[in-house]
Design a protein around this ligand. Structure first.
Ligand SMILES: [Zn+2]
Length: 294
């Protein structure tokens, strides 16, 4: 598989190719345009770790990362080899990873394959773009809602901040929607999390090589240090407009369980694919470490 320009088709191909003896692939919902929200459950252990990627369309490299991890992990389990410096079979017996690489498949489609005139949202997206290039600016879902501002954590405070900052209506980024979970993608994540009761989660974004560990007065800094140690990324607290109504914010606020935002790579989104190997080098050991931290 070529993990460059990683869209929904490629994710579907990788996930349908995972050996069913080790990976339980299921859809936990559908996007606005009817694409499946894929998740792979891999592991035999009782502990659960939830990893998700590509809430933001320009950050599709996080879906490449998580899908490639799934494929490599299953291969390593079968061969008895290592992944991220840890024996894969040991990891498998300790913990079950739930991996949802692409929360925003409709947005990724726009960025990777362009705005096709056949797209049912061609006219609305064209209007929201207002002359900007879709593959340089589009972070939202197909409705122009920024999914990582659509969670229930100081949501209405954020609505006001966003409005004052010029994000008061649908657009390529930062618009939070009308109410928390009013988009099918975030509602599906909410349901999955409530059903599975994951005690630990990470949302992957790009970029910055940094791990955000807190929301308001909540957070698990010691676990964050472990993730930083495993990846070589730095540890920080988010401030300003980025510090409201995201997945990690909701998770910490609602459940008071460890949750992190990991910003992979460095540069301008979408990151150049040349960084993929170095991103894997940093993130594979961190993902493997999660099993020790849950
Ligand atoms: Zn992001």
């Amino acid at each position: 598989m070529d993990y460059n320009n990683f869209d929904y088709e490629k994710l579907t191909q990788v996930f349908t190719g995972l050996d069913e003896r080790y990976a339980n692939v299921f859809s936990f919902g559908k996007s606005v345009q009817g694409r499946e929200l894929w998740c792979a459950g891999i592991g035999g252990g009782e502990k659960k770790v939830f990893l998700n990627g590509a809430h933001h369309s320009l950050e599709w490299i996080t879906a490449s990362l998580l899908a490639n991890w799934c494929a490599d992990y299953v291969d390593a389990i079968k061969s008895g080899g290592d992944i991220g410096g840890v024996n894969a079979r040991r990891l498998y017996s300790k913990c079950t990873y739930y991996i949802a690489p692409m929360i925003n498949p409709d947005g990724v489609e726009l960025v990777v394959n362009g705005l096709n005139p056949n797209n049912p949202a061609f006219e609305s997206v064209t209007e929201l773009l207002d002359g900007q290039d879709v593959d340089k600016v589009w972070q939202a879902n197909i409705n122009g809602v920024d999914l990582n501002h659509n969670y229930d954590a100081l949501f209405y405070e954020y609505v006001e901040i966003a409005r004052r900052a010029g994000y008061g209506k649908p657009g390529p980024r930062r618009y939070p929607g009308v109410a928390p979970f009013d988009q099918p993608e975030t509602e599906a994540v909410r349901k999955l999390v409530l059903e599975e009761e994951f005690p630990f989660s990470i949302a992957f974004h790009s970029q910055g090589e940094v791990i955000y560990w807190s929301f308001e007065d909540k957070g698990f800094v010691d676990i964050g240090r472990e993730l930083a140690d495993a990846s070589g990324y730095s540890l920080d607290t988010a401030t300003g407009i980025s510090s409201y109504s995201g997945f990690k914010d909701w998770y910490l606020d609602k459940f008071n369980l460890p949750s992190f935002t990991v910003e992979v790579g460095m540069g301008t989104n979408p990151l150049p694919f040349e960084q993929f190997e170095s991103i894997k080098e940093a993130c594979y050991p961190m993902i493997a470490r999660c099993a020790e931290l849950v």
